[in-house]
Design a protein around this ligand. Structure first.
Ligand code: GTP
Length: 596
């Protein structure tokens, strides 16, 4: 296909605003998927994909659409919706000349959508604003059209109104895609440069790489080169998804399609990298390649120590499809053998732990998430700390923490509650705008360490679920942080140590020692629980001793009862961990760590 008849676009939308439904309708309307097959196969397959999670969605689909007797090839490119994947979102946007901004006509725009919209505007994409679900009785297209026009400029009348469900307005939307989104431009005679915007692992075909051709062309069986590493591979297959993969004779300038080279691991075919011909390579890679940077760290431990090899294998498997996941073995006195894992953000952490639970049947304890701190000791040495246990002893010159730029959207009645929350998390207000009469956008700078804890839960509960949050890492700052340790009978319990702001150290100490007092059963001796900063004790609780002999309950000779009690005690012991002389039930660790 000639560049002039190609249109490359993506759909920016919040979860549940109807992106999949609209995409299905487009496939049907353009005839990419036959009506008959649509019900019988395609939707069914989508259900399975949905069930299996986010990794195996169709990353790009090609659809024919005719306007004024001429047939265009429309390439619809999928964007990951969430902020943790900003870099990947930015790559899929860079593969497009335009974006459909899809907003639920009964809900209005949400923070993540707004963040992605700004990203699209920074990339100079042509934006087509669309209100979806206009068939809903609760739809208020007038109100939200005005809101959108306020954000992107133009008039509220330019905002299209569609229903993915009934199909109303969808053909007009396709016409608009052809009419307003620019055709791709590139040098057809130059050496090939193709940008990788997604790379997925397929159990049968190995890694499938999705590319947007910027210049030149690629053909099957030729040798290609990855420009970030110089590694070369043979192109085993090249083609387009429409939406089933269809091998083709090659991809030309402006086209979007997939490549298969036989590599087994997505890290050999990285999002953002440039693919070129090995024989006549391009001189300069396309800009924008970045290594994925883990920002949030947590220890993952199997609850059943015997599951450790299963966890290792599961992580090895997930790594094949997730270039951003990093991990290394770690041991904890309290939790045994596990892995320290690095994630792009909180959602990424949640997705990985959920997949470990669901796909590999693992019961896990995750330690409180931590961020990367740069700790400078008095002797000048700089220590990188992603785990409280790495926090250096002795005098500390300064500590640097990562900071995020966050956007919160909420109805105006909750502004007070949100500000209070952000202030309590050391946030500083950057700005505030009214999107419409009753909806507000708040922009805060916040330490990343303060939002990885339970910020989102608090935000949701204070706003009855109405607020939406988006954040992006934006520099770092010096902060007065300390490590708080928790000691049982003078023994430090590594899993409970935390790095917190000095002003909150006392509260953290009191909270943890109070919780542990509730959760640890009384022992034969007194057990002091202490919270400490270095050698200084900042909070203390006591578990009083008991002198309980389980057998004393059994007066007389009821042997079977005696045996039963002894056995019960033995069973209880198995689920105990020894911290020094103190027996701590496994449940206590889980309970303390799960509530932050
Ligand atoms: P994710 O895949 O979870 O990101 O969601 P999505 O944005 O793709 O939304 P999806 O298409 O799954 O639609 C979400 C819900 O809205 C579903 O229950 C749909 O049936 C419903 N829905 C989608 N489009 C319309 C519409 O035009 N009208 C009405 N009434 N409901 C719709």
């Amino acid at each position: 296909t000639k560049p002039a008849s190609i249109r490359n676009f993506c759909i920016i939308a919040h979860i549940d605003h109807g992106k999949s439904t609209l995409a299905d309708r487009m496939l049907q309307l353009t005839g990419a998927v036959e009506e008959r097959v649509m019900r019988a196969q395609y939707l069914d397959r989508m259900d399975i994909e949905r069930e299996r999670g986010i990794t195996i969605k169709s990353q790009a689909v090609r659809m024919p659409w005719e306007v004024d007797g001429e047939t265009y090839a429309l390439n619809m490119i999928d964007t990951p919706g969430h902020v943790d994947f900003t870099y990947e979102v930015s790559r899929s946007l860079a593969a497009c000349e335009g974006a459909i901004l899809l907003v639920d006509a009964a809900q209005g725009i949400e923070a993540q959508t707004l963040a992605n919209l700004y990203l699209a505007m920074e990339n100079d994409l042509e934006i087509i604003p669309v209100l979806n679900k206009i068939d809903l009785p609760a739809a208020d297209p007038e109100k939200y059209a005005a809101e959108i026009a306020g954000l992107i400029g133009g008039s509220a009348d330019d905002v299209l109104r569609v229903s993915g469900k009934t199909g109303e307005g969808v053909d007009a939307l396709l016409d608009r895609v052809v009419g307003t989104i620019p055709a791709p431009v590139g040098d057809e005679d130059a050496p090939a440069r193709a940008m990788i915007f997604d790379s997925v692992y397929d159990a049968y075909r190995g890694v499938v790489t999705f590319v947007r051709m910027i210049d030149g062309k690629l053909e099957p069986r030729e040798k290609i080169q990855m420009m970030s590493t110089g590694s070369t591979h043979e192109l085993l297959e090249i083609g387009v998804s429409s939406p089933e993969p269809v091998p083709s004779k090659g991809l030309g300038t402006g086209e979007v399609g997939y490549l298969i080279t036989g590599v087994k691991d997505v890290r050999q075919s990285k999002v953002g990298d440039t693919v070129t011909n090995a024989r006549t390579p391009a001189e300069q890679a396309l800009t924008g390649y970045e290594e994925p940077k883990p920002m949030v760290f947590s220890g993952l431990y199997p609850i059943d120590g015997g599951d450790y090899p299963v966890l290792r294998e599961a992580l090895d498997k997930l790594k094949l499809s997730d270039a951003a996941l990093v991990y290394e073995p770690e041991t904890s006195v309290a939790l045994g053998f596990g892995f320290r894992c690095g994630f792009l953000g909180l959602l990424h952490l949640e997705i990985i732990s959920e997949r470990l639970r669901r796909e590999f049947n693992l019961d896990l304890i995750a330690t409180a998430p931590s961020v990367i701190y740069q700790v400078q000791r008095e002797d000048g040495e700089l220590v990188r700390v992603t785990n409280p246990s790495e926090f250096p002893d002795g005098r500390i010159e300064k500590i640097i923490e990562p900071v995020v730029r966050s956007t919160i959207l909420a109805p105006k009645d909750y502004v007070g509650a949100i500000m209070e929350l952000c202030q309590s998390r050391r946030g500083t207000l950057d700005g505030m705008d009214y999107l419409s009469e009753d909806r507000v956008e708040l922009r805060y700078r916040l330490p990343l360490g303060e939002i990885v804890f339970d910020f989102f839960d608090h935000l949701k509960s204070r706003t009855q679920g109405y607020a939406s949050l988006d954040y992006e890492v934006d520099g770092e700052q010096e902060a007065d942080l300390v490590k708080v340790d928790i000691l049982l009978q003078g023994e430090q319990v590594d899993a409970f140590s935390a790095i917190v702001h000095r002003d909150k150290a006392y509260a953290y100490g009191v909270l943890m020692s109070g919780k542990l007092k509730e959760l640890i059963p009384r022992q034969q001796f007194e057990v002091p629980i202490q919270a400490a900063i270095g050698a200084r004790i900042i909070a203390r609780e006591n578990i009083r001793a008991i002198r309980k002999d389980v057998l004393s309950k059994c007066y007389g000779g009821d042997i079977s009862r005696k045996r039963k009690l002894l056995e019960k005690q033995k069973e209880g012991k198995k689920r105990m961990k020894m911290v020094g002389r103190v027996e701590v039930p496994q449940e206590a660790f889980i309970a303390v760590l799960s509530t932050g």
